[in-house]
Design a protein around this ligand. Structure first.
Ligand code: SAH
Length: 337
């Protein structure tokens, strides 16, 4: 991929080093230039479920590729084995790029990997990525902060190491804040109930975005009282991100991203909310956020951001569909714990 010239680019990938690179939330175009440059010079790339195949494809043909995510019925490679693999490749003098979905230091065990590498005496560079909260909020038209609705944002996880949901509910249920929950979709009913029990009105707008920023993005918007049921009825699967707070109420007006590649017909409320995944039950359409809205791609969905029409061929789409299908089978919420 030809990258734009930058006045003072930092040094290229060096042998024996590990580059912990954030791959962004899904849309491959959200990768940083630094990340793209390093992948293009890698001798080995290590990646898992959340990394777009288009990003892995930026590695040179001769580069080793190691998939360490969940396999069909199998489990993710244990973290200790991933660490050993990274150390072995670096010690062999390779330029190693470890790709992580989103940002390496936000709910992706990047810190643990880096600790192990540093302990083994390996030099590590971290390249930040667009974390799911920021990328998906942007593509879903949910401003994380807003002077009228939210002056703080909290990122939390619904999947704790020991399986307990032992969170600081009083802090999470504060008004005037946006809450973003990673890996929480399988515990959604419990999460919503706890937030209401700790003081958030049951009418607080809340939404879940499945496979955000990709051509398969689906959005289910409702309120705390009904979100879990809507999400269950829509068969939402990981990876999915949950947003809670008044800013979610702006979604019907601000949504702009067209996963199906068709530009939204203006920004009037629900102007674009006509396409819903045909294989899935359809939530209520056209209502306000409180009544529940589900938006998703049409069956022919080309990939890429809205307004991208013409960039993909039917063959690309078929290929993408297959890859996405394979990925979906592998995706599981505890993968990135
Ligand atoms: N390091 C990553 C997060 C890894 S945890 C980052 O910064 O984004 C994995 C969780 O992130 C998933 O279970 C899901 O909650 C969220 N996530 C990542 N990509 C997503 C996507 N494209 N759509 C919806 N949720 C996503």
């Amino acid at each position: 991929m030809p990258l734009p010239d930058i006045a003072h680019p930092r040094p290229d990938a060096r042998p024996g080093h590990v580059y912990l690179v954030g791959a962004g939330p899904g849309d491959p175009e959200l990768l940083t230039l630094r990340g793209a440059r390093l992948i293009g010079a890698a001798d080995a790339v290590i990646y898992d479920n959340l990394v777009s195949p288009d990003i892995v494809a930026l590695a040179p043909g001769a580069a080793e590729r190691h998939y360490v995510g969940k396999k069909a019925a199998d489990h993710t490679l244990p973290q200790s084995e991933i660490n050993r693999l990274l150390v072995r490749l670096a010690r062999a003098g390779k330029r190693v790029v470890r790709l992580k979905g989103g940002d390496p230091f936000i709910f992706g065990r990047g810190g643990e990997e880096m600790e192990a590498l540093v302990e083994a005496g390996i030099t590590v560079e971290v390249v930040p990525g667009v974390t799911a909260a920021a990328g998906i909020a942007a593509y879903a038209g949910i401003p994380l902060t807003h002077r009228d609705y939210a002056r703080s944002v909290v990122f939390t996880t619904g999947f704790l190491k020991d399986g307990a949901l032992d969170l600081d509910w009083t802090m999470l249920a504060r008004p005037g804040q946006t809450l973003v929950i990673y890996m929480g979709v399988s515990r959604l009913a419990e999460i919503c109930a706890q937030l209401v029990a700790h003081g958030l009105p049951a009418s607080t707008p809340a939404g879940v975005v499945e496979r955000g920023t990709t051509h398969a993005q689906r959005v289910v918007v409702a309120d705390l009282a009904s979100l879990a049921e809507r999400v269950r009825a829509a068969h939402v699967r990981p990876p999915a991100l949950t947003f809670v707070g008044d800013v979610v109420g702006l979604y019907p007006r601000l949504e702009w991203f067209a996963p199906d590649g068709h530009p939204r017909a203006g920004h009037a409320p629900h102007a674009g909310c006509t396409a819903v995944h045909p294989e899935r039950p359809v939530g209520a359409m056209g209502g306000d956020a409180q009544r529940g809205v589900e938006h998703g791609p049409s069956p022919e969905a080309p990939r890429g951001a809205g307004g991208d029409e013409g960039r993909t061929t039917p063959d690309d789409r078929r290929h993408d569909g297959q890859r996405e299908g394979q990925r979906q089978g592998r995706d599981a919420e505890d993968d990135q714990r």
